[in-house]
Design a protein around this ligand. Structure first.
Ligand code: PHB
Length: 401
């Protein structure tokens, strides 16, 4: 197996060539669209590393097929650059499959192109629930905002025993979706959302102070926050501490985006006590995850860690390998979608499956509390809900009807 990357690998017109096996059959071209620069650059790097880790740890997964990864930078989280990239990947590069898609707007603007161009699209992050309804060519290995949002809503009422909540969210599709998901889960279990606060966009980290002060003034039992991970999450934890919200008796809860592993240790004691629901964190105790974390540290350094995006890149590549192998290196789009439907995998996040009906992922959700252990922040497990589906589509809520 050989791996070759163009020197332009992280530029907009970048292409990376990854060839598997000495005796190649047909070549499969995969267009990878991710934020390699700008506010989401670390996400692109993290998912890329997940892709590379899968290739490294599973050298035989692609059989005798030769796979070329053609990478494009979607730059800003507004979908515009992603649209151009996908148009070029389909019309000029003539890719067989599309993957990546960090931000929801990138997937929302490009899903219709996957339909028009008849290209299977494997989403490695973008979490707005209804994205999978936009095209029969979309399958998602990452998550829907409802996986963690709805489950956290139920747990906030039943486990945390909260009666009232304020929701703060980044004001774009996955944020609105996360609000709706949490609200339905929480209120169906007897809680009441008493304020909903839009908190700026994904393109830059806002000053969270006025939003958090508004939440504090409402005196809720819990403050549920969704931000798109990264530096937004660091800002959330710092502002929560600076305003003395914990001392005021308000618990900070959210999806695991606010405790992303790659940012976690830099949050320090401010993050102790945070309760989150998510499909992955690096402390998960299973053999597949232990193997991935050890290999990741060996490859990228002792302080490096996979996070939920990294594992989604890993699993996305596993799904693509499954398609490529099943179709014997010749990608027929309809057969590729059939191969994705019902696909099962023993992931570092636990068992996952692509629901044949919705083409969305089915997976475990883990409820955890952050504690300090041996000088580092550690995700103490509280409970697991097995085989969670996207509740937006299950309930036929809002745009998922
Ligand atoms: C999204 O845009 O769908 C998105 C981005 C970052 C996250 C979660 C969702 O952490």
């Amino acid at each position: 197996m050989t791996t070759r990357k163009s020197s332009l690998a992280h530029a907009s017109a970048a292409a990376a060539l990854v060839a598997f096996a000495a005796v190649a059959q047909a070549q499969v071209k995969v267009g990878v669209v991710m934020t390699y620069t700008g506010v989401g650059a670390e996400f692109g790097q993290q998912i890329d590393r997940g892709i590379q880790m899968f290739i490294k740890l599973n050298p035989d997964a692609f059989g005798s097929c030769k796979v070329e990864l053609i990478k494009r930078d979607s730059k800003k989280p507004d979908g515009a650059e992603a649209k151009t990239a996908v148009q070029e990947l389909i019309a000029q590069d003539k890719v067989d499959l599309l993957t990546g898609f960090v931000y929801s707007p990138d997937a929302i603007t490009t899903a219709p192109l996957a339909t028009a161009g008849n290209k299977p699209m494997v989403i490695m992050n973008a979490g707005t629930a209804w994205i999978t309804n936009l095209s029969p060519m979309v399958a998602r290995v990452s998550f829907s905002m409802w996986h963690a949002g709805y489950s956290m809503g139920e747990a906030a009422a039943k486990v945390v025993k909260a009666k009232t909540a304020v929701v703060g969210y980044t004001d774009y599709p996955p944020g609105k979706d996360s609000l709706e998901a949490f609200k339905q889960g929480f209120e169906s279990a007897g809680g009441k959302v008493i304020d909903e606060i839009p908190m700026g966009g994904p393109g830059q980290v806002p000053d969270f102070t006025p939003f958090f002060q508004r939440a504090k003034d409402k005196k809720p039992d819990v403050f549920f926050v969704f931000v798109p991970a990264g530096d937004h999450a660091v800002g959330v934890v710092k502002t929560y501490a600076a305003l003395g919200m914990r001392q005021a008796g308000i618990k900070l809860i959210g999806p695991g985006d606010i405790t992303q592993d790659t940012k976690l240790q830099s949050m320090g004691t401010d993050a102790v006590g945070l309760v989150t629901m998510h499909h992955y964190h690096a402390d998960l105790d299973n053999p597949q995850n232990k193997r991935l974390v050890a290999a990741w540290k060996k490859e990228y350094g002792a302080d490096a860690t996979p996070d939920f995006m990294g594992v989604q890149g890993y699993d996305g590549m596993a799904a693509i390998a499954h398609v490529v192998r099943t179709l014997n290196c010749k990608i027929d789009p309809a057969k590729a979608m059939d191969a994705l439907k019902g696909w099962k995998y023993d992931s570092p996040r636990g068992p996952i499956m692509i629901d044949p009906k919705t083409r969305d992922v089915v997976m475990n959700e883990y409820l955890s509390e952050l504690v300090m252990k041996d000088g580092r922040l550690y995700q103490r497990p509280i409970g697991t809900t097995n085989a969670v589906k996207d509740m937006c589509k299950e309930l036929g809520a809002g745009k998922c009807k």
